[in-house]
Design a binder for this molecule. Structure first.
Ligand code: ASP
Ligand code: MG
Length: 425
């Protein structure tokens, strides 16, 4: 279905997204424009290009606005950080013109990428496609700013860091594209981060379900929200390397057939999340309403909780049951969760610990559904390497363990060896 050749260009449009490194320098922008021009001349005339800010630029803008006011109004913050994409759109349009290709630059408000009003984490509500269609009708290539949107009140919003993948997939859905191509600085999604596990391999085809789980568990290649959108609207996503374009080195994320899923390995990938803190609350009175109150307050503070463990201890001597609650958040949010609970727990009585030296390793695969023993193999691999498990959480297609951050790389290597290197080499 996906082949990048002269003969088989799809009749449907294609959306191509270029990430920050792909447009990181003037030379790279010119190289990308050359490639797009080549494809256009090969007959791929219905291309829409989505670009990120040049690499490092969004970080610079975030620091800049924070240096003026770390508590900047959300509208002003988003207006500042969205400006990186504006520059990329203009430069890419200029580079395409230099290749003799007519291109049209678009910011969200010019195109009509409408979002809700939740600044810095806005969700796309709709995309108007008439101006894109007009471009194609006159043989022009629309170049669209990723990451940004606009509210009904004409305020600029952003979709959250890494959000231009989401812009691209949403645009692909809106124009009913054949697929959405994510051009980045790696060949695709690997069985583990190759910097951690040198023999990690490229996954050539993966199901939305596995991609979504891997993206949310820390595989950095795709933004979880873009995979979620792709899955919901059945929009295939093709991840490729801008710097070594090759038809065969890529990851296609799509709906695999049941048969393909049956043939898939038990474990498709090992993921690592280094930004994990474990919060433990001790000696709480045994009361389920208290649990709901605690997590209610944490949610209200906007803190996302991941793994939760709950123990009830029967203190015979005291004659009362007590609870111990453990949960994980990102390291930046752990203290905020404690501040949210303190007001009703009583500042002095709340006994708690915050461990910021944690990481979460996970094994993911649809094959787990029909294979017994994945949990046992996971725990054996870790314990054989003296890696202590602090928390465990499972779903039908993943097993996650919270471990000591210092052992994170080693944990990835032993799990990759146990499930992937040994079984498919
Ligand atoms: N430029 C934005 C960021 O750095 C969006 C993106 O690149 O996807 O987060
Ligand atoms: Mg990205």
């Amino acid at each position: 279905m996906y082949a990048f050749s002269k003969k088989s260009h799809p009749s449907k449009p294609v959306v191509q997204k270029y990430g920050g490194t792909s447009v990181g320098t003037p030379e790279r922008i010119r190289d990308v424009a050359k490639r797009i021009a080549g494809q256009y001349r090969d007959g791929w005339t219905k291309i829409a290009v989505v670009v990120s800010a040049m690499s490092g630029e969004t970080n610079r803008l975030v620091a800049l606005v924070n240096s003026v006011n770390p508590d900047a109004p959300a509208k002003a913050y988003d207006m500042a950080v969205a400006s990186g994409e504006q520059v990329s759109v203009a430069l890419m349009t200029a580079a395409l013109a230099a290749e003799g290709i007519e291109a049209e630059p678009f910011l969200s408000h010019q195109l009509g990428i409408m979002t809700d009003e939740f600044h810095s984490r806005a969700r796309i509500k709709s995309i108007a496609t008439d101006r894109i269609e007009e471009c194609w009708n006159r043989g022009s290539i629309p170049v669209v700013a990723g990451f940004q949107g606009v509210t009904e009140n004409h305020e600029i919003t952003t979709l959250g860091r890494g959000g231009s993948d989401t812009s691209a997939v949403a645009l692909a859905i809106a124009v009913d594209a054949a697929f959405c191509e994510i051009n980045t600085d790696v060949d695709g999604v690997f069985t583990c981060d190759p910097r951690v596990v040198p023999d990690a391999r490229l996954i050539s085809d993966m199901d939305f379900e596995v991609a979504l789980e891997m993206a949310s568990l820390g595989s950095k290649v795709l933004h979880p929200r873009c995979v979620e959108l792709g899955a919901k609207f059945q929009m295939p996503i093709v991840v490729r390397n801008t710097f070594s374009p090759n038809d065969h080195r890529r990851t296609r994320v799509m709906n695999l057939t049941d048969k393909q899923n049956l043939e898939a390995p038990v474990v498709s990938g090992v993921t690592l999340d280094r930004d994990v803190a474990k919060v433990t609350l001790f000696g709480l009175p045994f009361d389920t309403r208290l649990i709901s109150k605690i997590f209610g307050a944490i949610a209200e503070a906007g803190v996302n909780v991941d793994v939760i463990v709950h123990n009830v201890t029967d203190l015979k001597s005291a004659g009362a049951k007590t609870m111990q609650l453990g949960f994980t958040t990102t390291t930046g949010e752990a203290e905020r969760s404690i501040s949210a609970i303190k007001p009703f727990m009583g500042n002095d009585t709340l006994s708690h610990t915050v461990e910021t030296d944690c990481a979460k390793v996970s094994v993911v695969g649809v094959g787990m559904r029909s294979h017994a023993g994945v949990a046992a193999t996971t725990f054996t691999a870790l314990s054989d390497s003296m890696i202590d498990i602090r928390m465990i959480s499972t779903s039908e297609i993943k097993i996650s363990c919270v471990i000591d951050a210092a052992k994170a790389d080693e944990a990835c290597r032993v799990l990759h060896k146990a499930f992937i290197s040994e079984t498919h080499s």
